[in-house]
Design a protein around this ligand. Structure first.
Ligand code: NAD
Ligand code: IPM
Ligand code: MN
Length: 357
């Protein structure tokens, strides 16, 4: 079979982690007889430098025409003073919106081999911890009205509006409940309904959707409590469903359960099978070019692409098994071993995982 994948390498460590993922996917293609065809498209800071805009129309066109998109990361200090609506991060938001990617799945799993890499005590994370954050991705404060106005006595002001329509909440809630049906049948919805009108609507609609899933237990938590519970007792969670911004924050927090943000993959899905696959982490400008980037988050995002968009579960599992074997063999990237001298580089990590396929 032929599969067309649009590739946004992006900025900072983006190109480094994407290169290792393509290496692994090509190995999977050889082994299982698939032809993965990769088409590079510019977006983010690299696109600003090359063509003067962060998200060229041609990039969106090619992404839409592809079977799936693989993305490294965008952004970096070089573009921090670019006007807000032209920043590299706008490219990512633009792709999510244009491609209709409203459901962002961010699984956080503890690999037993990495129990000592987590800052949490072993008794808190041991025993196969496996959480998935289902983050709403094309609504909320990220996409509400924004602007500047007169702040009266306090001087010039700026604002960003948090807003959710019932339909937006309903469709992401369904994704979460459907996912819970295939897992431990527990959904925790996270909001701030003690304060926010949009959260009260969120909580009501999630409760309505839950009526169609009598086997699934629904729990509601305020986001401040959820942030605390996530490190106090992460085992109480199975599927967490939440808004765009709360999901952004809680998924970075969840990464610490697993030991490193360099381990967390994600799938951003539209209706149907189309998706964009990207690590949860950013462009890590502090380590770009040093060979210290952990490519596993992106490699595991590649596995999610095989599973969710292409329906290739055996092939996806071969990648997950290869990562497991890499860890069991005692290999560690710098982020997983406190930068010890025996750490493997980004390229060595990709080579070793590809060799395990
Ligand atoms: P970041 O995730 O890039 O980095 C946070 C910390 O984690 C840094 O110390 C970094 O070195 C480390 N880290 C991240 N990924 C790693 C990996 N694979 N291996 C080892 N260590 C890793 O977050 P930040 O520093 O807040 O943001 C940097 C830039 O990335 C900003 O411009 C931000 O807007 C952008 N960003 C982009 C995305 C994306 O494209 N999806 C996501 C988050 C942040
Ligand atoms: C992420 C990132 C993005 C987000 C930024 C870079 C726009 O932090 O994918 O988690 O906030 O969604
Ligand atoms: Mn983020």
């Amino acid at each position: 079979m032929n599969y067309n994948i649009a590739v946004v390498r992006g900025d900072g460590i983006g190109p480094e982690v994407v290169a290792e993922t393509i290496k692994v996917l090509e190995k999977v293609g050889q082994k299982f007889g698939h032809n993965f065809h990769f088409t590079d498209v510019p977006a983010g800071g690299a696109a600003i430098d090359a063509v003067g805009e962060c998200l060229p129309a041609e990039t969106v066109r090619i992404a839409k025409a592809s079977d799936a998109v693989l993305l490294g990361a965008v952004g970096g200090p070089k573009w921090d003073n670019v006007p807000g609506d032209q920043r590299p991060e706008r490219a990512l938001l633009g792709l999510r919106k244009e491609l209709g990617l409203f459901a962002n799945l961010r699984p956080a799993m503890v690999f037993d081999q990495l129990a000592d890499a987590s800052p949490l005590k072993p008794e808190i994370i041991s025993g196969g911890l496996d959480i998935v954050v289902v983050r709403e991705l094309t609504g909320g404060i990220y996409f509400g009205e924004k602007g500047h106005k007169d702040g009266g006595d306090m001087g010039p002001a700026a604002y960003d509006v948090e807003q959710y329509a019932e339909g937006e909440v309903r469709r992401i809630a369904k994704v979460a409940f459907d996912m819970a049906m295939k897992r431990s049948r527990k959904v925790t919805s996270v909001d701030k309904s003690n304060v926010l009108e949009s959260s009260r609507l969120w909580r009501r609609v999630v409760a309505e959707v839950s009526e169609d899933y009598p086997e699934v237990e629904l729990d509601n938590l305020y986001v401040d409590n959820a942030a605390m519970q996530l490190v106090r007792n992460p085992r109480q969670f199975d599927v967490i469903v939440t808004s765009n911004m709360f999901g952004d924050i809680l998924s970075d927090e969840a990464s610490q359960i697993t030991g490193s943000i360099g381990m967390l993959p994600s799938a951003s899905l539209a209706d149907g099978n189309f998706g964009m696959y990207e690590p949860v982490h950013g462009s890590a400008p502090d380590i770009a070019g040093t060979g210290q980037a952990n490519p596993i988050a992106t490699i595991l995002s590649g596995a999610m692409m095989l599973r969710y968009t292409f329906g290739l579960s055996e092939e996806a599992k071969s990648i997950e098994d290869a990562v497991n074997r890499f860890l069991s063999d005692g290999h560690r990237t710098a982020d997983l071993c406190g930068g010890a001298p025996e750490a493997v580089t980004t390229t060595q990590c990709g080579d070793l995982i590809a060799a395990n396929i």
